[in-house]
Design a protein around this ligand. Structure first.
Ligand SMILES: [Zn+2]
Ligand SMILES: [Zn+2]
Length: 349
């Protein structure tokens, strides 16, 4: 089978790999049915990388699939089931997992001061940019067969967004600014509109993505290089936004600037190279609350219901579906801001 393998120094190479086999009684073999290219994959493929990854691993952590074979101890799913996959399920039994931090599970995590990482499938072990993948059964959530594979592939980023939105608790009538109109920024936009936000302003440099932001329900989609974003927010949302989501990486100072007094700011954009200078006086005078959010923790169980209900118009998020053989083209489209989410289909190779 063909797999997109990370070879270090920004290289992603399509190679022939042997079909994986179930190693443990609790493992499941999946046929991949759609795998998204994530902003994290782009960060991994940056030189120098803005996100770590295991050299030699098949990338692809946002995917859905069909169960082909289940280990002898697996009772939750059976062959033929369609599933979404939590790529960082944790072991469930270590100290970190039991205290609510499955993202800190795994031998690769060193300590709070020496940055490590969880054993994410598709980043630190073989993922789904290929035809078949072996995953632990406890990472799987069964979905309704009516959910199209390309939308099911959004489960992982959406689980991350649902988990983060749970911290912000946007109330009906509140005003929100979203910095960054990529797939994450637009998933937040869909979710906030569904939660009753009065106005959602999306700031995004790509015209392609600004158009998609409006389709997702944004009140305004602004090019911050052409328009004075702070002035616009001041006009549309007197005093500032109740909630500001930073979905780019280095823009936390701007997010603080745009927030209303007692506003909530979420740092979601993940750029390990970003070291922005924080406007301390503004932060304290406005009594801003800042949240960080990392991966989808304890939100995956909601995804089968969200996907089956159709409550979020997720078709606005998937702009391209390509065969795996065109993965590099998908990456280029994303780098140029000419796509929202690109979903790859291995079977079309
Ligand atoms: Zn991702
Ligand atoms: Zn664990």
């Amino acid at each position: 089978m063909i797999a997109a393998v990370f070879e270090g120094d920004g290289k992603l190479v399509l190679k022939d790999r042997a079909k994986p086999r179930i190693a443990k009684a609790t493992d499941v073999l999946l046929k991949v049915q759609g795998v998204g290219i994530c902003g994290t994959d782009l960060h991994i493929l940056q030189v120098p990388p803005a996100h770590p990854a295991t050299v030699g691993a098949t990338l692809g952590h946002e995917f859905s699939g069909e169960v082909v074979e289940a280990g002898t101890a697996v009772t939750e799913v059976r062959p033929g089931d369609r599933v979404i996959v939590d790529p960082h399920p944790g072991c469930g039994v270590c100290e970190e997992c039991r205290s609510g931090h499955p993202d800190r599970c795994g031998p690769l995590y060193a300590s709070a001061s020496a940055p490590g990482h969880c054993a994410t499938i598709g980043i630190f072990s073989d993922g789904a940019m290929t035809s078949y993948v072996v995953v632990p059964a406890h990472a799987l959530y069964r979905i309704d067969p009516s959910v199209p594979p390309h939308l099911a592939a959004l489960a992982e980023p959406l689980a991350c967004v649902v988990s983060a939105a749970d911290k912000l608790k946007v109330q009906p009538g509140e005003n929100v600014v979203v910095l960054g109109g990529g797939p994450i920024g637009l998933l937040f936009t869909l979710l906030f509109k569904a939660s009753g936000a009065a106005k959602v302003i999306v700031s995004e440099v790509s015209a392609y993505r600004r158009k998609a932001a409006l389709a997702c329900g944004a009140t305004r989609a602004v090019d911050p290089q052409q328009e004075d974003l702070a002035a616009l927010v001041g006009r549309e949302m007197p005093g500032g936004a109740n909630v500001v989501v930073e979905a780019v990486g280095p823009l936390l100072p701007l997010a603080i600037e745009l927030a209303h007094s007692s506003g909530r700011v979420l740092q979601f954009g993940h750029d390990e190279l970003a070291r922005p200078a924080i406007p301390v006086a503004e932060l304290l005078r406005k009594e801003i609350t800042i949240f960080g959010s990392f991966i989808g923790k304890f939100s995956f169980h909601k995804l089968p219901r969200i996907l089956a209900s159709g409550v979020l118009p997720l078709e606005h998020i998937v702009s391209h579906q390509l065969p795996l053989s065109r993965v590099h083209e998908g990456i280029e489209l994303l780098r140029r801001g000419q796509a929202i989410k690109v979903v790859l289909h291995p079977e079309a190779f």
